[in-house]
Design a protein around this ligand. Structure first.
Ligand code: DAH
Length: 337
């Protein structure tokens, strides 16, 4: 019986040494209910009283040895499995990643920033004004009294009798002159509102940029020079500008300003509709009434002002024929800028 036990020990341990040993199978084969070791133990009843404890002890030793070897083998297998898993799931940090789609600046903002750069380069600084504005700043102080016909073309959204969404950036002129002494040289970009239905050329919300220069001896020549530099910087060095007489209540004299078409150079083409010129802004010399409203003596100071539509400039510059494209956020449109 002792030999039998030794044989079982040798065999079992030998089998467990094999690299691909099947632990469960070995457990069943030797230690299971119908296992070889169990069979030996069952036969112990036939032994003599002296032999029984000796064989019993040996049997226990063999069982303990096999169990220990099985535990050891299981631990090894677990470690190996973990190692393989780590190897298989290893991260290669040098692999190029999946790029996350990154957006870019909206064409209107791009043009607005371009305008800001150009005017900052000429000594203007940027100021902002409220979009919810008082009737006084949006109209009255700008020489547009109640019932003035200019109000019809700038019909906007009213919040109260005297509170409205500004229809132009011109009120920022008044707000600036009220608390700043000349020399003043500012631009003011921002949103403005009109009660227009949305179509290819109208939107209830558009962007404007105001400009204002007040100083001793500021002249129409200064206005022309400033706008000419601006037009050349924005549309190209060969661009010319043209002043056409116009009327704005807050400037005198007033003008509409055109640039020579940068596509055809002035010969006439599809962009300028055969005109050779494209209207880009309104301008003029600040009306004495406006200056005195703000506590600036028109005998001592003069100034020029201009206002442009950022949508219009952007549409002209890029040949965009529908204003709605700016607000729909269709990537196929936005990606082109
Ligand atoms: N505020 C005018 C508009 O919205 C544009 C304008 C014209 C602004 C002449 C000016 C200016 O400062 O001098 O139609």
């Amino acid at each position: 019986m002792k030999e039998k036990l030794e044989k079982i020990r040798l065999e079992a341990l030998g089998q467990l040494e094999a690299a691909d040993a099947d632990i469960e199978q070995i457990k069943i084969k030797y230690l299971g209910k119908k296992g070889e070791l169990t069979a030996v133990l069952r036969g112990m009843g036939a032994l003599s009283a002296e032999e029984r404890p000796i064989v019993g002890q040996l049997a226990n030793e063999v069982r303990a040895a096999i169990e220990a070897a099985i535990a050891e083998k299981a631990k090894e297998a677990q470690a190996k499995a973990l190692e393989q898993k780590l190897k298989a799931e290893k991260l290669d940090v040098t692999m190029p990643g999946t790029p996350a789609p990154v957006g870019h600046i909206h064409p209107l903002t791009q043009v607005q920033r371009e305008l800001e750069d150009i005017f900052i380069g000429m000594g203007f600084s940027i100021v902002e004004g409220p979009e919810v504005e008082l009737d006084y700043y949006n109209f009255q102080a700008l020489n547009i009294p109640e019932n003035h016909p200019a109000r019809d073309t700038q019909d906007t959204f009213y919040i109260g009798e005297n509170v409205l969404l500004r229809s132009q950036t011109s009120p920022v002129q008044v707000r600036t002159m009220e608390h700043q002494k000349p020399p003043i040289r500012i631009i003011s970009p921002g949103r403005v509102y009109r009660s227009d239905a949305l179509d290819a050329t109208h939107s209830p919300l558009v962007h404007q940029q105001e400009g204002l220069d007040v100083d001793k001896g500021s002249t129409m020549g200064d206005l022309k020079g400033t706008l000419e530099i601006f037009a050349k910087k924005l549309f190209g060095e060969s661009t010319r500008i043209r002043f056409r007489p116009h009327h704005f209540p807050f400037t005198e004299p007033s003008a509409e300003v055109d640039v020579s078409c940068f596509v055809c150079g002035g010969k006439g083409c599809r962009l300028c509709k055969g005109e050779g010129w494209i209207e880009i802004l309104g301008a003029g010399m600040v009306h004495p009434f406006v200056l005195s409203n703000c506590g600036i003596d028109p005998e001592e100071y003069s100034g020029f002002a201009f206002g442009l539509g950022i949508e219009r400039i952007t549409m002209t510059k890029y040949g965009i024929d529908d204003i709605r494209l700016f607000y729909e956020n269709d990537e196929r449109f936005l990606e082109q800028f």
